[in-house]
Design a protein around this ligand. Structure first.
Ligand SMILES: C[S@@+](CC[C@H](N)C(=O)[O-])C[C@H]1O[C@@H](n2cnc3c(N)ncnc32)[C@H](O)[C@@H]1O
Length: 246
């Protein structure tokens, strides 16, 4: 029998969050995030939807480069994926990769790959306290790590980190039997090779158990936030001026 997916399994912890996790396994997990995210998180659509239009507008206006914040950046692959596309389109941006886990920050900064991102080991609240502002605040696969208070704090912080014309987009998996079955089946052929010695497969299945459904996320978010569904089994919790006004 499969795992119970009727409610969020907030009591089940991801192996990578264990402070005593095997360093080699953790490193292979960071290394493989990029391959997995290329399929499930589709950084190209994040780029085309939120990053490129703002970077182009800023260039047309002759202003400072857009500031992008990736909260819970992990191995930093979203930052690298965005940097490659920006460079290809000859657009400027200042990218900050933020994570509360020093192991993630150390690995990501050592594997910047020419992205030129700024790596910071801090929380979103630290950035609010420091008076930081970003045009675009993103996260990927972070919301399901949080409990109720953590989610409320993250949404409050990230909303405060953008100006009135900014955007916040938290991307995550949607909890469903289909998502769980598809992830299990899609990763199984790679469990003995590409994903061997990493936490990706075990933690991916746990992530789905911890994730929200669209209805749960909409109910948990304060007014002004909008949930969008995406493919495959994706959720996006957004704040931007048009949505906030509506
Ligand atoms: C599953 S990983 C996702 C990493 C990356 N965003 C990706 O999509 O591959 C979740 C990351 O979020 C970080 N994290 C969890 N809670 C956080 C918080 N409150 N603020 C910042 N980072 C957080 C964890 O340390 C971890 O590196």
């Amino acid at each position: 029998m499969g795992a119970d997916l009727s409610t969020r399994a907030v009591g089940v912890r991801e192996l990578m969050d264990d402070p005593s996790a095997d360093p080699g396994m953790l490193e292979r997990t960071y290394r493989r995030f990029g391959a997995v995210n290329a399929v499930v998180s589709r950084p190209g659509s994040v780029y085309r939807g939120d990053v490129r239009p703002r970077a182009r507008r800023r260039r047309a206006l002759g202003g400072a480069p857009v500031r992008i914040l990736d909260v819970g950046a992990g191995g930093g692959d979203l930052c690298r994926a965005l940097a490659v596309r920006l460079r290809r389109d000859r657009l400027d941006a200042e990218i900050t990769a933020l994570d509360v886990d020093p192991r993630a920050v150390a690995w990501a900064s050592a594997h910047d790959g020419g992205a030129g991102a700024v790596y910071r080991c801090a929380s979103s609240s630290d950035l609010v306290r420091a008076g930081e502002r970003f045009d675009i605040v993103l996260s990927n696969h972070v919301l399901h790590h949080l409990d109720g208070a953590g989610l409320a704090g993250m949404l409050e912080d990230t909303r405060r980190l953008v100006p009135e014309d900014g955007v916040v987009a938290h991307h995550d998996i949607a909890r469903s039997r289909l998502a769980s079955a598809a992830f299990a089946a899609g990763t199984w052929p790679f469990s003995g090779n590409l994903l061997a010695g990493s936490f990706i497969r075990a933690d991916g299945l746990t992530s789905i158990r911890r994730s929200y459904t669209a209805a749960e996320l909409a109910a948990a978010a304060p007014p002004g936030w909008v949930v969008r569904r995406g493919f495959p089994s994706r959720l996006q919790l957004r704040w931007e001026p048009a949505d906030a006004a509506g």
